[in-house]
Design a protein around this ligand. Structure first.
Ligand SMILES: Cc1cc2nc3c(=O)[nH]c(=O)nc-3n(C[C@H](O)[C@H](O)[C@H](O)COP(=O)(O)OP(=O)(O)OC[C@H]3O[C@@H](n4cnc5c(N)ncnc54)[C@H](O)[C@@H]3O)c2cc1C
Length: 500
C-alpha cells in the first residue's frame, strides 16, 4: 500500500514506514554500542532500482516540545595512575584545598534570637582531577584560534626531542599534528571521568599505533605539548595552569601508555594492507570505491576506518564503510572530493584499481543501543548516508528490528547515492521508512523540499525516538538544534560529524 508523508507545502512524497514488530529485545543485535559486529551473510548489494515502490507510512503525531535534559555528572574516582611528567619550573602547589572554615555566628544576648535560616549545603571542593580537566578545557578553548601555529610549534618541539618521530608525519605537519594534539587533549579533558576516559582509550591508542607511535613516546609527546602550551597559552597560562596540564597529561598518558604496550604485545598489526578492486566515478566530485583488505578489518556497522592512500602518504583520513561488515571483508566507500581537499580529491580523481591502501583501526560511536526499545530516527546528509545504510543493513539481521525512519538529504538527487539501496531494503523490511530530501530540486515530486532539519521537524514528532545524525558538522549542528527545540532529549541524539 502506498502511503504519503506530507510536507509543509502539502505535497505527497516517498515514504515507507514501519508497521512491523513492536516489541524488541535486541537479540542478534550485532553492532550494538561497544561491540564488534558479526559478519553479514549477505552479498554486496548492487545499486537497487531507483523507483522501488514505497511501503506504507503511518504519519507521526504532532510535535510536542519537551523538556531538555541535562547531562549527569559522574563521581570522581582516585587517579588511575601516578604522574609520568613532572611539573617544570612553573610547578605550583595543588590548587585544590577545602575552603577555610567560616567563623561561628555570634548571637545577641537578648531578646532570644530567631531560629537561624537553614543554610544551603556548601558545594564540595573540586578534586584535583576535576580541576585539572577544567583547566585543560579552558586553556584549550583559549588557544583555539591559534591551533595551527600551536600544532607547528608542538611538532617542531617533538622532532627536536625525538628526531625519529619526523618520519611519522607528512611534509606538511600542521594538520596531522593538530589531530594528534586534539586526541591527547580530549583524553586529558576527561581525566575526571574515568568511564569516559576508558571508553576513549582503546580507539585512541589504536589510532596512535596506526600513526606509528609506540608506548615509549608518550612522555616526549607530553613535554612537547606542555612546551607548546607555554608558548601559546597567553595571559591565562600561569603556574597553576601548567601544573594542572602536567597533572592531566600524566593521568591520561599512563593508561594510554599501558594500552599501547598491551596492544603492541597482543601481536595484532596496527594496520591492514588492502587492494583497490573497484573505482567508479558517479559524478565529477564523487566516487564509489571497493577495497579488499588482505585480512578482514574488525569493525561494526556505523563505524569509520582511517585510510592512507599511496598518492598522499601519511595523510590519514576517516572513511565510513557503506555496508555492514561482510564475511569476505570487502569494503565499499563513497568519497566526495571536498574543495581544496588533499586526500579526497586524489581518491576521487587519481585512484586506480590495483592501488595498495593502508587501513587503520575502526572508530566511532555511531550505533544502535540494543538495550533500547525506542523507535529510531536516522538523518544523513550526502556521503553521511554510508554509515546509515550500513546500520540499516545490520538491523535487517536482527531478530526484532526497531522501527526506523531515515531522512537522506542532498542538494540534488544525484547526491543521494545510497537512496536506491535504502529503498530496496525498505521494500522487503516493513520496519524501515525512507524519505529523501533535496534542497535544490523543489519540483521533484519524489523528494521532500528544503533542508534536512526543516524536512525532519516538519514531518513528525521525534521526541520519543533514538536519533542518529551523520554528515557534515553544519548539517549535524542544525538538525540537532531543531530536534532539541522539538523536544528530543540531548542524550538520545548520537552523531559522528564527517570532519577531522
Ligand atoms: C568519522 C568520519 C567519517 C567520514 N566518512 C567519510 C566518507 O565515508 N566519505 C567521505 O567522502 N568523507 C568522509 N569523511 C571525511 C574525510 O575523512 C575527509 O575529512 C574529507 O575527505 C576531506 O579530506 P581532504 O584531505 O580531502 O581535505 P583536507 O585537505 O583535510 O581539507 C581541505 C579543506 O576542506 C575542508 N574539509 C575537510 N573535510 C571536509 C568535509 N567532510 N566536508 C567539507 N569540507 C571539508 C577543510 O576544512 C579544508 O578547508 C569522514 C570523516 C569522519 C570524521
Amino acid at each position: 500500500m502506498m502511503g504519503t508523508l506530507r510536507d509543509g507545502r502539502e505535497r505527497a512524497v516517498i515514504v515507507v514506514r514501519t508497521r512491523g514488530a513492536r516489541s524488541y529485545d535486541g537479540a542478534g543485535a550485532m553492532g550494538g554500542w561497544g561491540e564488534v559486529g558479526g559478519m553479514s551473510a549477505e552479498p554486496l548489494p548492487g545499486d537497487g532500482p531507483a523507483d522501488a515502490a514505497p511501503a506504507p507510512f503511518r504519519p507521526s503525531p504532532t510535535v510536542r516540545p519537551g523538556p531538555r535534559r541535562l547531562a549527569t555528572v559522574r563521581p570522581v574516582p582516585p587517579p588511575p595512575t601516578a604522574p609520568m611528567v613532572r611539573p617544570g619550573r612553573h610547578a605550583a602547589p595543588d590548587p585544590v584545598d577545602g575552603p577555610a572554615p567560616s567563623a561561628a555566628p555570634v548571637a545577641p544576648p537578648a531578646p532570644p534570637p530567631p531560629a537561624p535560616a537553614p543554610r544551603a549545603p556548601r558545594p564540595a571542593p573540586p578534586t584535583p582531577e576535576a580541576d585539572a580537566a577544567r583547566r585543560v578545557r579552558e586553556a584549550w578553548e583559549e588557544v583555539g584560534p591559534q591551533v595551527d601555529e600551536l600544532a607547528d610549534w608542538f611538532a617542531a618541539l617533538l622532532f627536536s626531542l625525538d628526531p625519529g618521530s619526523r618520519a611519522l608525519f607528512p611534509a606538511r605537519v600542521t594538520e596531522p599534528a593538530r589531530r594528534l594534539l586534539r586526541s591527547l587533549v580530549l583524553a586529558m579533558s576527561t581525566v575526571d571521568r574515568p568511564a569516559d576516559l576508558a571508553a576513549l582509550l582503546e580507539p585512541l591508542v589504536r589510532e596512535h599505533r596506526a600513526l606509528g607511535l609506540r608506548a615509549g613516546q608518550y612522555e616526549t609527546l607530553g613535554v612537547a605539548l606542555i612546551g607548546a602550551m607555554r608558548r601559546f597559552g597567553g595571559a591565562t597560562w600561569d603556574d597553576a595552569a601548567e601544573h594542572a596540564w602536567v597533572r592531566a597529561f600524566s593521568l591520561a598518558a599512563g593508561p594510554m601508555e599501558d594500552a599501547a604496550r598491551a596492544a603492541g604485545n597482543d601481536g595484532a598489526p596496527a594496520l591492514a594492507e588492502a587492494t583497490v578492486v573497484g573505482h567508479r566515478r558517479v559524478g565529477w566530485d564523487l566516487a564509489v570505491l571497493h577495497v579488499a583488505p588482505d585480512r578482514p578489518v574488525p569493525h561494526r556497522a556505523g563505524q569509520s576506518l582511517t585510510v592512507e592512500i599511496p598518492q598522499r602518504p601519511r595523510m590519514w583520513r576517516a572513511l565510513s564503510p557503506v555496508t555492514a561488515p561482510r564475511p569476505d571483508g570487502l569494503l565499499e566507500f563513497h568519497v566526495r572530493a571536498v574543495e581544496g581537499g588533499w586526500v579526497s580529491r586524489a581518491m576521487v580523481a587519481h585512484t586506480a584499481t590495483g592501488d595498495r591502501w593502508r587501513l587503520g583501526p575502526a572508530s566511532g560511536r555511531l550505533g544502535l543501543d540494543p538495550r533500547s526499545e525506542r523507535e529510531v530516527l536516522m538523518v544523513a546528509g550526502g556521503t553521511g548516508g554510508a554509515p546509515v545504510l550500513a546500520l540499516c543493513e545490520d538491523m535487517a539481521r536482527w531478530a526484532r528490528p526497531r522501527p526506523c525512519t531515515v531522512f537522506l538529504g542532498g542538494r540534488v538527487p544525484d547526491d543521494l547515492v545510497v537512496l536506491a539501496r535504502l529503498r530496496a531494503l525498505a521494500e522487503t523490511h516493513p520496519w524501515l521508512a525512507v524519505a529523501p530530501v533535496c534542497e535544490d530540486d523543489p519540483l521533484n515530486a519524489e523528494t521532500l523540499p528544503g533542508t534536512l532539519p526543516d524536512a525532519v521537524v516538519r514531518s513528525g514528532d521525534w521526541s520519543s525516538h533514538d536519533v542518529l545524525l551523520s554528515g557534515s558538522p553544519a548539517m549535524i549542528r542544525a538538525t540537532a538544534q531543531a530536534l532539541l527545540v522539538d523536544g528530543v532529549p540531548l542524550d538520545r541524539i548520537a552523531y559522528d560529524p564527517f570532519t577531522q
